[in-house]
Design a protein around this ligand. Structure first.
Ligand SMILES: Cc1cc2nc3c(=O)[nH]c(=O)nc-3n(C[C@H](O)[C@H](O)[C@H](O)COP(=O)(O)O)c2cc1C
Length: 371
């Protein structure tokens, strides 16, 4: 396990780890935004900008780095630029639902320090598609200006889910509302059917409900944007292998652009945290290194089954540059992380990008030696 930067490690030990995790999250986001507004963003960008050798082609577009921030950290697109200035190649915002909703009661986010893991049952707390759209419009304009000026600008994914009070048989209409609002502002759109914290949501992964949902969202997104918007589906690590295969076959049949694997798990296997810690946390989705094995297994399974043109975004338990490189080697086109960011701090992305660039260098000189 890599060590976080000493400053963050001290701050984490002495301040953040004693604080309610959701409060710590809000403070970090507020701090990043203030620092960015105060001009620190430019300095950070100079320190963290991904090496040009990391530029990656995926989903028909060019990405500054294959490594990005997974959904859930910036649910409402409030900090895309500050997060971008840390070096992420993309930021997946959301999950956004058609209607604003408060999410589950607090506390709803828990740290398992011994496992460097998190348990969350946030329940898609977010401001709703219309409010997020307004924020994203502004963010898009700023990102375009950055790109034009030759500066680092992350790509934006938009992850959409079902409003809690909408019954499952109204899910398609609900997703369509979000797709209509947000697809025109997305570099890619994600249909999230895998969060364990919205009752019944994961049932939408069944093929007979998933097929019409994905077909309808794809058509709506392209019509709203007036162009094709890459569409991906995000799946759960708790799907049985046969169900993973069935989703892969559906994705291929619908010619969907890709799959994001995986979301958090409801399993509690493989943890070293005490039974007391686990029962104090209670229900919710588990993330962090304990997810790496299943997430990697699913990546390998998907890559074997899907045509090469189908994009796979691998997420779950990634901590180091080596982890990211391994996922890429096993056939992922892009890789994401979330929990590692919480435990490793703001320079985590920089370390990953630098590690990747070093590995690319070595393998290049290796192959030229071989050549
Ligand atoms: C606090 C928290 C909130 C999350 N919220 C979402 C979400 O809204 N939508 C989603 O698709 N995934 C969400 N996730 C899942 C992550 O995007 C990711 O799939 C998962 O954490 C596994 O990656 P990791 O092991 O690097 O954390 C959330 C994860 C955490 C820890």
């Amino acid at each position: 396990m890599p060590r976080p930067a000493p400053l963050y490690s001290t701050a984490f030990r002495t301040v953040f780890s004693r604080m309610d995790p959701e409060r710590a999250h809000s403070l970090v986001v507020a701090g990043l935004r203030i620092a960015h507004r105060g001009g620190v963003g430019r300095l950070l960008e100079a320190l963290t900008r991904p090496d040009p050798s990391l530029s990656t082609h995926a989903l028909g577009q060019q990405w500054p780095s294959p490594f990005g921030l997974a959904a859930g950290f910036d649910k409402g697109a409030v900090a895309v630029l500050p997060l971008g200035s840390l070096g992420f190649g993309h930021i997946e915002i959301g999950t956004v639902t058609a209607r604003a909703q408060p999410g589950n009661e607090r506390p709803r986010l828990f740290r398992l320090l011994a496992d460097r893991a998190l348990i969350n049952r946030m329940g898609f707390n977010n401001d709703g598609a219309a409010a997020v759209r307004t924020r994203l419009e502004r963010t898009r304009r700023l990102l375009t200006a950055l790109r034009t000026a030759g500066r680092h600008a992350p790509m934006i994914g938009v992850n959409i889910g079902k409003t809690k009070i909408v019954p499952l048989d109204g899910a398609v209409e609900d997703y369509l509302l979000s797709a209509r609002e947000l697809a025109p502002l997305a570099d890619y759109l994600v249909v999230n059917v895998s969060s364990p914290n919205t009752p019944g949501l994961r049932q939408l992964q069944q093929i007979d409900t998933l097929a019409p949902l994905l077909r309808a969202v794809g058509e709506e997104a392209d019509a709203a944007a007036g162009a094709h918007v890459p569409l991906l589906v995000k799946i759960s690590p708790d799907l049985a292998d046969d169900d993973v295969d069935a989703v892969a076959d559906l994705v291929a049949q619908l010619r969907l652009d890709g799959i994001i694997a995986t979301n958090t798990t409801i399993s509690r296997e493989g943890l070293t945290s005490s039974a007391e810690t686990l029962s104090a946390a209670g229900m919710g989705g588990l993330s962090g290194p304990v997810l790496a094995e299943r997430s990697t297994e699913i990546l390998v399974r998907l890559r074997r089954r899907l045509p090469t043109e189908t994009t796979i975004v691998s997420v779950g338990g990634v901590t180091t540059a080596e982890d990211v490189a391994e996922r890429l080697r096993l056939g992922a086109d892009l890789v994401q992380g979330y929990s590692g960011f919480v435990y490793q701090g703001p320079f985590w992305v920089r370390r990953i990008n630098r590690g990747l660039a070093r590995m690319a260098d070595t393998s290049l000189s290796g192959s030229s030696r071989r050549g």
